[in-house]
Each structure stands twice: as structure tokens, then as C-alpha cells.
Design a protein around this ligand. Structure first.
Ligand code: GLU
Length: 481
């Protein structure tokens, strides 16, 4: 079974997981699960100045939260580790030696200033800025002289004249001419490998069969294929998918709003909704289906579909999906997921006995579009946590409102029985006494009990508050006039 597909997600821990990268991870994961292959997580942390351990931790957490489980990775090992590039430096060093011995690579002593000067002069003469190979032909003596003068070399790949062609599984035939590519750095002067160098060695040694990534890496693929050839490695199949765009059709970035998985998580989105949305983005599945479970998405996945789904990120649609998934959660599951948000909004569970809190949450369940706004929905159940809206004040200012409320209260005095029965009877009493019905009857009660003109069903509100608290709130309104 050596030909089972092996794919990888290879994030650099230089920031929170971007939804675009999460979509790349999702495509790789779905491909692996659809084909019965393996999904490998590799951390590309060779950019020491930008890689942070905290980002590595949050990347793993976000992937786990999304449910994109990996078969091999830094935390769980595997037959082809280590899975962190910073732990593989000796492997890159050995491969550099091979290229140097074959004279396919050479040390370059140019300083940043010299390289910048070359770039500017190429731009001025309207030529493509690239490294023109100044250090390619240095003699051993010249090299020794530069090193004696304290220069530390970077190492460059000797780009051979070549046409690079490959069949992208999403984009079809792709062709590059190598003369547009200057000799590129494979190992920096600080000893760290460049992305293109490390990725080729790792993908080869980790037996990756398919590289599925964003189209922003398309031109890197040309450099990588040249390295595959230089080492005599068989390249994997490549599939470059489109990127997620903002409303202005530019690549989705921070200025468009929330772009990281962590932000959506903190804003109370469910992983089910985000995964479904990222899988759907830009199109629908067969039969126009838009709501799919993980299993259904795996089943329906094809690279062909991924190709069509470069699209504008539509937060409204994501919100709609989120509301759908929240509505479908069993209430105990919802309670569990709400816990951090309740704590954050300082609605500690102790503030209300659990049975009541559960009822309060059930009464607003269908209204929730994300978990983080739970506080705004249940504040009406907590004395002192809500304030009457202008609309509610207007309702209460009508002369008939006080008649309704005082008739309602009249019944409450000494009433006994289940709250829902007391509520129905009190409303009946108020109806009889005032001759009002419909909105005119219940709106003042709603406004007085909840400070709002909209909200959960009134009998539920009354039951959750209990007759005593409800009575207190109604009398308070009467007192305030
Ligand atoms: N570390 C690279 C990135 O995050 C990986 C690109 C690739 O998949 O080759 O963009």
C-alpha cells in the first residue's frame, strides 16, 4: 500500500491561522480522508525572526478546534519526523553539501546593499530584477579572500537554462522559463534554509504525493521543480487552488475585517459552521446543497470542485450558517459551548440556578446567531443587567399600559399554582378588566417585564423569572409612573 496519497499542511507560525490557510488545510484534509490517504502537519518555523512558539500552539489548537485531525505531526510523531523544520537543520545541511559537491550551488558573499543596488539598476534599465550571478564564477582564492575579510556566505542554487512544465491538477498545464528566475538563495548566511529548499527536501523525505496549496505559491513551484531535478527526486503532483478574496476582490486581509480562525472562534462561531463555509465558499455542492456535515463534505470532495471555489468571503453567509448550526445544537451541548462566553459576559452560572439558566438559554436559543452575544439575549433575566429601550418606554407611556399592568398585578397577589398558569390567568384577568386584547394587552406586560418590545415568549419569561420577580418588576413600573 505504498501508493496511498500523502498530503501535508505546512503552516509557518508567524501569526494566527488565517481562514485562507485553514481552507488549504481543509482541502488537504478532505483529500486525505476522501482517498484513504494520510494528512501530515509540518511546522515551517525557519524564519526565526517571525516565528513564535505561541503561534505554533494556537495553530495546533485552531486546527484541533476545526476538527482537522492529522495523522503525523510535531505533537504525535510519525515515521518521517521530525515534523518541525527547526529540528531538521542537519538534514538541510547535508543536502546543501550534496549540491555544492555537484557544483549545483555556490556561496554568495553579496551584502544587502549590493543586492539592492543591483535590483535598482535592473529596474532602471527596464530589466526584470533578479540576481545576475555575480558570485557564481568566483575562484577559490576570491572566496577565501572574502571569507578572510569576515563575509559570511549565503548559498545560491545555480539555476540552469530550462523550461519547467508541469500539469497542475487544478489549473492544467503550467510553463515557466528558468531565465526569468535568478540564482535563488537556498541557505541563508545565518545557516537557515530558504522556504523553497526546505520544502522540497521535506516533501520528498516525507513521501508527499500531492502538494495542495494556494495559487500564491505557483511561481515557487518552478524553483522547487528545478531543485527536484537537481537532487534527482521525483516531484509530487501539484494542485494550486484559488485564494479567498475580500469584497473588493483583493486577497482577503485584515483590513477586510476578521480573517483568523481565532477571531471567529472568539466571536462565537461554531467550528461546524466555519468548516462548512470554507468548504462551500464560492459555490454549492451537487444539487445546490449548502449545508453539509464533515462526512458529506469528504464524500463530495474533489480537486475539481476546489478549483471553482475561489471566492469572495461573505460574512453574512457564514453568519447564516452559524445560526443554523446553533439552532440545531442540543441544548446541553449549547450550554457547554456557551460557558466561556457566559463567564466572559460575567454571567457566572452561580448567578442563577442551573435549571433556570438552562430555561433562559432555551428561550433565546433560536435567536442566537453567534455564541458571544448570549449576554445581550439573556440580560433580561437578571435584575439590574438590562435597561428599558426607548421603544419599551414608549409602550409604557401609553395611558392604557398602566391599567393593564395594574390589573395583571392585582391577580398576582396571593395567586398560587404553576407560573405558566398564573401568567395565563393574570393576563385573562387583565383582558377582562381593561377590555383590551392582542398587542395592546401583552405589549405593556412585555415592556414592563423585559424592558423590550421583542424577545422570548412571554409565558416563558414569566416562568423563568418566577411570579415574585415578575410581580416586583411590574410594580416597579407602576411606581415609576
Ligand atoms: N509555509 C508555507 C506557507 O505557509 C507553506 C507553503 C506550501 O504549502 O508549500 O505558505
Amino acid at each position: 500500500m505504498t501508493d496511498r496519497p500523502r498530503v501535508r499542511f505546512a503552516p509557518s507560525p508567524t501569526g494566527e491561522l488565517h481562514v485562507g490557510n485553514a481552507r488549504t488545510a481543509l482541502f488537504n484534509w478532505m483529500f486525505a480522508r476522501h482517498t484513504g490517504g494520510s494528512f501530515i502537519l509540518r511546522i515551517e518555523d525557519t524564519d526565526e525572526s517571525r516565528s513564535l512558539l505561541s503561534y505554533q500552539v494556537s495553530l495546533l489548537e485552531d486546527l484541533q478546534w476545526l476538527g482537522l485531525d492529522w495523522d503525523e505531526g510535531p505533537d504525535r510523531g510519525g515515521a518521517y519526523g521530525p515534523y518541525r523544520q527547526s529540528e531538521r537543520l542537519h538534514i538541510y545541511a547535508d543536502h546543501l553539501k550534496k549540491l555544492l559537491a555537484a557544483e549545483m550551488a555556490y556561496p554568495c558573499y553579496c551584502t544587502q546593499e549590493e543586492l539592492e543596488e543591483e535590483r535598482q539598476s535592473l529596474i532602471l534599465s527596464r530589466r526584470m530584477p533578479r540576481y545576475m550571478g555575480k558570485c557564481r564564477g568566483l575562484t577559490d582564492d576570491e572566496r577565501a579572500g572574502l571569507e578572510a575579510a569576515g563575509r559570511k556566505p549565503a548559498y545560491r542554487f545555480k539555476v540552469p537554462p530550462a523550461t519547467i512544465e508541469f500539469d497542475d491538477l487544478i489549473r492544467g498545464p503550467v510553463r515557466f522559463e528558468s531565465d526569468a528566475i535568478g540564482d535563488f538563495i537556498i541557505v541563508r548566511s545565518n545557516g537557515m534554509p530558504s522556504y523553497n529548499f526546505a520544502v522540497v527536501i521535506d516533501d520528498h523525505l516525507m513521501r508527499i504525493t500531492h502538494v495542495i496549496r494556494g495559487e500564491d505559491h505557483l511561481s515557487n513551484t518552478a524553483s522547487q521543480i528545478m531543485l527536484y531535478r537537481a537532487f534527482g527526486f521525483e516531484p509530487p503532483a501539484f494542485a494550486h487552488h484559488c485564494l479567498i478574496l475580500g469584497r473588493d476582490h483583493a486577497k482577503l486581509s485584515k483590513r477586510h475585517g476578521s480573517v483568523s480562525v481565532g477571531e471567529f472562534r472568539r466571536r462565537g462561531y461554531l467550528p461546524e459552521a466555519l468548516i462548512n463555509y470554507l468548504g462551500l465558499l464560492g459555490s454549492s455542492f451537487a444539487g445546490g446543497r449548502e449545508i453539509l456535515s464533515r462526512e458529506e463534505m469528504i464524500e463530495a470532495f474533489s480537486l475539481e470542485r476546489a478549483s471553482k471555489s475561489g471566492a469572495v468571503f461573505d460574512e453574512e453567509k457564514l453568519r447564516w450558517l452559524n445560526a443554523h448550526y446553533i439552532r440545531n445544537l442540543p441544548v446541553d451541548d449549547l450550554m457547554r459551548r456557551l460557558e466561556p462566553f457566559l463567564n466572559q459576559a460575567r454571567y457566572e452560572a452561580q448567578a442563577m440556578e442551573p435549571g433556570r439558566l438552562k430555561m433562559a438559554i432555551e428561550s433565546v436559543h433560536d435567536e442566537l446567531t453567534d455564541l458571544s452575544n448570549i449576554g445581550e439575549h439573556i440580560d433580561l433575566f437578571f435584575d439590574g443587567r438590562y435597561e428599558a429601550t426607548p421603544e419599551a418606554r414608549q409602550v409604557l407611556a401609553a395611558p392604557a399600559a398602566h391599567e393593564v399592568i395594574s390589573a395583571f398585578c392585582e391577580y398576582l397577589d396571593g395567586a398560587e399554582g404553576a407560573p405558566s398558569q398564573i401568567y395565563a390567568a393574570a393576563l385573562g384577568h387583565a383582558r377582562k378588566k381593561t377590555g383590551l386584547k392582542g398587542r395592546e394587552l401583552f405589549m405593556p406586560v412585555r415592556a414592563a417585564l423585559t424592558g423590550r418590545v421583542k424577545g422570548p415568549q412571554l409565558d416563558q419569561v414569566f416562568t423563568i423569572l418566577g411570579a415574585d420577580t415578575a410581580g416586583k418588576r411590574l410594580r416597579q413600573v407602576l411606581r415609576e409612573g
